[in-house]
Design a protein around this ligand. Structure first.
Ligand code: MG
Length: 323
């Protein structure tokens, strides 16, 4: 390049998945000794060692008027731990990189206080990091974890498997809605939903229990409608998902209806649930020891996700990070 007029010259990809595929084409060569690289919730550095990274950016992933600095610190670690959980692993330790803008210096300690609470609860010590100056506040955390059994990726779903999910969906989205619209805060369950939005809990124990049974597993970070097509593509299978079967708390149902949203669609597109979604043989549901809700099935056929149930005709699109 003779001159450097603001850069460019790469492809501007249409969405996050296309961007990830483009970047994987540049850096995603397989290295000898690395069992699994790009494509799952975390990479596999050794048969039992998983490694993930995730960033939280001011104004994109959190808003200062909606979350405290301690909430931001908690969540930045928790979302990484959720990726570790999706590999059936337990955390070993984390590295924390924080970029601070003008006037942010006094926010760092409160952020770290939230980080530390999450770190202690989930036994993931913070062993190092970096503080840099930038144009705004952002946190990037990387977590190393150990997997007791061969981690299920996103690529192992088999025709005949059922699709099941831990916990309940839609609470985080309901909490965000209640934060944005104070008139919703009097509805039953709104406070619990807000708490879940601000401080999600990674399903580490469930992930470890599910790993021996799961043919495929991932965490629900962007909403089922965005996440499940990734699993379908990686596994090369057809998924049928019943929106009426999605596990939702009654209060979330009511909040969705107040928002004039179809509850099943609300639960499938809300995002930030940080539950685990698994493909596994039906017999494993009872054996695995984790409370699960069956929401669909895996079939041979055109690769992708077909939604059925109330609202399936609505456009189903989850959160896209580049949108
Ligand atoms: Mg994930």
């Amino acid at each position: 390049m003779a001159d450097l007029p603001g850069w460019g010259e790469g492809t501007a990809h249409a969405d996050e998945d296309a961007l990830m595929a483009g970047l994987a084409a540049i850096v995603g060569r397989t290295s000898a000794g690395i069992p699994r690289g790009i494509g799952d919730d975390a990479a596999l550095l050794a048969p039992d060692l998983v490694w993930t990274v995730d960033a939280q950016v001011d104004g994109v992933h959190f808003r200062r008027d909606l979350s405290s600095p301690a909430d931001v610190g908690w969540k930045a670690l928790a979302v990484n731990l959720s990726d570790v959980a999706a590999m059936g692993a337990m955390p070993i330790a984390a590295l924390v990189s924080i970029v601070i803008g003008d006037g942010d210096a006094s926010s760092i300690e409160p952020i770290y206080t939230g980080l530390e609470v999450c770190s202690r609860l989930y036994d993931c010590p913070i062993v190092g990091g970096d503080v840099a100056r930038g144009s705004g506040l952002a946190l990037s955390i990387s977590v190393l974890g150990r997997a007791p059994v061969d981690p299920p990726g996103r690529d192992g779903a088999q025709p005949g498997d059922v699709i099941a999910v831990t916990g309940t969906l839609g609470e985080s989205a309901a909490g965000l809605a209640a934060l944005l619209d104070p008139t919703l805060r009097d509805l039953p369950g709104a406070d619990e939903c807000i708490e879940r939005h601000r401080r999600p809990h990674p399903r580490l124990v469930d992930g470890a229990l599910l790993a021996p049974y799961a043919h495929a597993m991932m965490d629900v970070s962007d909403g089922l409608a965005t996440d499940l097509p990734r699993l379908a593509r990686r596994s090369g299978v057809a998924l049928t998902i019943d929106l009426d079967a999605l596990p939702m708390h009654d209060d979330v149902h009511a909040i969705a209806r107040t928002l004039r949203r179809t509850p099943g669609v609300f639960a499938a597109t809300g995002g930030e649930d940080y539950e685990l979604v698994v493909a596994l043989p039906a017999e494993a549901i009872a054996a695995c020891g984790v409370p699960l809700t069956v929401i669909g099935r895996v079939e041979a056929g055109p690769v992708g996700v077909r939604f059925i149930g109330i609202g399936a005709d609505e456009a189903l699109r989850g959160w896209d990070h580049l949108a």
